[in-house]
Write a protein that binds this ligand. Structure first.
Ligand code: BT5
Length: 259
């Protein structure tokens, strides 16, 4: 990672503090610890390699050296934002989709926390909270993006196919510019997180909208239905095969197209 290029690219954004690591276990772990010890709002941890990158439920996220973008952004939610914290994963996903669409790519959100390019996973998002009593004090938005082809793990290690920006854009990808655009989008969208149009915007970005999907839960349950859209809290709305309404809440869920 060329830190100077990153510093230049981010210099005009109203960020808190920025920490760079050539190699780290997990940027989310670093950001969670930093969030509890005084990191200002919009501080960010960026790493060129993660040796213990995490997905949801401690699944692994691969960030081999020099091939991916891995960062964690710390937010201190305002009183106005606190009722809408379950929308944060949407905020992050929309910012990634927007930054990729600005490059002419067709990016979509695979609910709840993946971004797809041409139907394959190019980015994953992990939002974690720091609690103070009953209240969320800080949020950490972790985002991993496969920049070069080497970042995407081989198919036998994955349950869903992966891709990289390089596969769509060739070698002309500047991770620092992508990072700038994602952060600028998060900053611009954040004041709208509580609006109805935020949900509409998020719904429009959903992959498989209007299509039959299968939702597998960690407890072995699974449901099939047509993906309709989102509830106000960001839960997924499906219409079941008997015409029944299904609401899928965040948690241990995996979404797949149903063929
Ligand atoms: C995610 O979880 O997709 C969230 C990934 C978040 C990673 C970021 S990187 C910065 C920050 N620091 C961290 O430690 N984490 C965050 P989930 O939906 O549970 O998907 C995990 C699954 O994605 C794994 O079980 C693999 O099958 C697959 N996977 C792992 N690495 C991948 C990669 N580089 N590209 C595509 N798929 C991958």
């Amino acid at each position: 990672m060329n830190q100077t290029e990153f510093k230049n690219a981010l210099s005009k954004l109203p960020l808190g503090e920025v920490k760079y690591f050539d190699s780290i276990g997990s940027t989310n772990n670093e950001a969670l610890a930093w969030a509890t010890s005084g990191a200002p709002d919009l501080s960010i941890v960026i790493a060129d390699e993660q040796t213990a990158g995490r997905g949801r439920l401690d699944r692994k996220w691969f960030t081999p050296k020099g091939a991916g973008l891995a960062f964690s952004l710390i937010l201190h939610p305002s009183v106005q934002e606190k009722p809408y914290l379950t929308r944060t994963v949407g905020l992050a996903a929309l910012a990634v989709v927007d930054a990729l669409q600005a490059r002419g790519l067709i990016a979509q959100v695979k609910w709840p926390n993946d971004v797809l390019l041409n139907g394959r996973k190019v980015a994953g998002i992990l939002v974690e909270s720091v609690w103070s009593g009953e209240e969320v004090d800080c949020l950490v938005i972790g985002i991993g993006i496969n920049v070069l082809k080497e970042a995407a793990p081989s198919a036998e290690l994955l349950q869903f196919p992966a891709t990289s920006l390089e596969e769509s854009l060739g070698s002309d990808v500047s991770p620092e510019v992508i990072l700038h655009d994602i952060l600028a989008d998060i900053i611009a969208l954040r004041p709208h997180i509580g609006t109805d149009s935020f949900i509409t915007f998020w719904e429009k970005a959903l992959a498989f909208r209007g299509e039959q999907v299968q939702i597998a839960e960690g407890n072995g349950n699974s449901s099939i239905g047509k993906l309709l859209g989102l509830e106000p809290d960001g839960s997924l709305r499906l219409r079941g095969e008997q015409g029944n309404s299904i609401t899928v809440r965040f948690g241990d869920v995996r979404l797949r197209p149903h063929t």
